[in-house]
Write a protein that binds this ligand. Sequence first.
Ligand code: NAD
Length: 251
Amino acid sequence: MNDLFDLTGKTAVVTGGTRGLGKEIAKGLASAGANVVVIARSISEEVLTELSKEGTRILGLSYDLQDINGYKQLLEHIDGEMGSVDILVNNAGVQRRHPSVHFPKEDWDFVMDVNVNAAFFLCQAAGEKMLAQGSGKIINLASLLSFQGGLTVPAYAASKGAVMQFTKSLANEWAPLGVNVNAIAPGYMATEMNEALIADPQRSRQILERIPAGRWGTGQDIQGAAIFLASKASDYVNGYTIAVDGGWLGR
Ligand SMILES: NC(=O)c1ccc[n+]([C@@H]2O[C@H](COP(=O)([O-])OP(=O)(O)OC[C@H]3O[C@@H](n4cnc5c(N)ncnc54)[C@H](O)[C@@H]3O)[C@@H](O)[C@H]2O)c1
């Protein structure tokens, strides 16, 4: 492993790291040498075994990230088990689809709670420790809908716009103190979150036709950007959102 991208001995936390993009990010960070803590509402032995194949230490924690008041205790627990957190990936996210005219308030609140509130306050809790140690890498999962409005997903678009913006806010405050805060905006990725889109033949075809790379993305497509933003290679990258989208935004 090139020294610039080597994560040996680092402790990474990946929220929602048990499936979809989060699982691939966790694998990617482990393949670069990091010990990885995955946090999700439920953890299976199968996933932990899969992640352990890279040979680094893996810890799975069942936790509902909507319990924001428990973050300090959660981080103390991680500190005790795996050492201080060097890398935080705020990957957990949720989606709700309804025409805006009928969008239910409870779904709006749910999406904002997980995608914005949980992500921001986990940045705050982990950031406090990173600032004390004078180093750290935070990677937030933004979206193409940080830039665009999407269709029938107003809460998700609002939430991902917020993620991109608070990533910049945190970077402005924390860059001088040794903590890098950046984001990744995945394009259309074939994960469970997009099952409804993939199952709709018309929308699925329209999306595919607009992707310059000519295919939907996969979790593996995100690994390079995640390793880059977690490593020394990105020490002078602050507050930026990297699109990994097969060219979608340039079109
Ligand atoms: N799939 C895409 O095309 C796409 C595109 C752009 C952005 N993203 C973003 O990337 C991230 C991962 O997406 P994905 O497609 O892998 O999603 P996914 O639905 O497959 O996985 C999301 C993960 O988050 C976890 N999670 C959700 N709420 C949680 C909570 N309250 N507590 C603990 N864990 C919770 C789930 O358990 C799951 O492991 C999300 O932030 C998503 O918005 C995805």
